[in-house]
Design a protein around this ligand. Structure first.
Ligand code: BEZ
Ligand code: FE
Length: 310
């Protein structure tokens, strides 16, 4: 048989050695080039992984059952596949690959499933801890550009768990609506400040397949204590981020790999009652000063263009 016929036959009929090539060769000609590229890579790696692991039929079936149950867990408000991506580090990887910013800019981290849009907008200084639980905390700082110039009118959307380790949306009817959530706006000097409670660690939802996977892997489900932020301003790249408390026992083992060194903040305990009075918080209270540094959109476009031509 001529060599060309032999290779066409190789790609027509399945065999373990050429398995990925056989599958990829079935793609049509009139398909999106990017889709072809991504699917080819995915099929290559999937087949390579199955071969390297010498997957048994029982193990393959267990994987199918796991994915089936994961799908069954998903609803409009529960996305078990994103949770799976989170605990496997894929969410952080995709985020890292897509958010190159100039040196000194605030880094991104995972959004998580508990962001809620349309929450109350507050004047600076408001207290968003509506259930009165936890240790009082004053958060204050500035939003600046990469040159240190204040960014006025930036929007700072914040959300956090209460002292029992739950978001308000996980405890409807138990926590006040919009507990520990709010949107603040920076003044002319770029400054913002608000009162809340010191975050604590909490488990991600672990009553589904992802929780079972973590247990089977000998992993705990806990996230290091954090406050979530989305910071936006016209002309600047939106930052989806957290700040972490430095004293949390899970700082180095956050279950979704969301901790970055640059996002660990300095939380100070203030014991001076005069300071507490000024902050309108009970004494003692915690204080964290945190500046967000936003990158200009045109700078992000420049970085992206340089990356694609490299
Ligand atoms: C969160 O921080 O809210 C979160 C992030 C990833 C998975 C689950 C929760
Ligand atoms: Fe969170």
């Amino acid at each position: 048989m001529p060599a060309q016929d032999r290779s066409q036959q190789t790609l027509a009929f399945f065999d373990a050695e050429h398995s990925a090539d056989v599958v990829n060769a079935r793609m049509g000609t009139d398909i999106s080039p990017r889709f072809r590229e991504v699917m080819t890579i995915m099929v290559n790696h999937l087949h390579a992984a199955v071969k390297e692991a010498k997957l048994t039929t029982e193990e393959w079936m267990a994987g199918i059952e796991f994915l089936t149950k994961t799908g069954h867990m998903c609803t409009d408000w529960r996305q078990e596949f994103i949770l799976l991506s989170d605990v496997l580090g894929v969410s952080m990887l995709v985020d890292a690959l897509n958010h190159d910013r100039p040196e000194g800019s605030t880094e991104n981290t995972v959004l998580g499933p508990f962001y809620v849009s349309g929450v109350p907008h507050y004047a600076n200084g408001a207290n968003i801890c509506l259930d009165g639980k936890g240790e009082p905390l004053l958060v204050r700082g500035k939003v600046t550009d990469n040159d240190g110039n204040p960014v006025a009118g930036a929007s700072i959307d914040v959300w956090a768990t209460n002292d029992d380790g739950f978001y308000d949306v996980q405890q409807q009817g138990i926590q006040p609506e919009h507990n520990l959530r709010g949107v603040f706006t920076t003044g002319a000097d770029g400054e913002y400040w608000f009162r809340t409670s010191k975050p604590r660690y909490y488990p991600i939802p672990d009553d589904g397949t992802v929780g079972k996977l973590l247990a089977a892997l000998g992993r705990h489900p806990n996230r290091a204590a954090h406050l979530h932020f989305i910071v936006t301003a016209p002309g600047f790249d939106t930052v989806v981020t957290h700040i972490f408390t430095p004293d949390c026992r899970y700082l180095a083992e956050d279950t979704v790999f969301g901790v970055k060194h640059s996002l660990i903040a300095d939380f100070q305990q203030i014991t001076d009652p005069a300071e507490a009075e000024k902050a309108q918080l009970p004494s003692p209270f915690w204080q964290v000063e945190w500046d967000f540094v936003l990158a200009r959109e045109e700078e992000i476009q420049r970085i992206r263009a340089a990356k694609t031509t490299a």
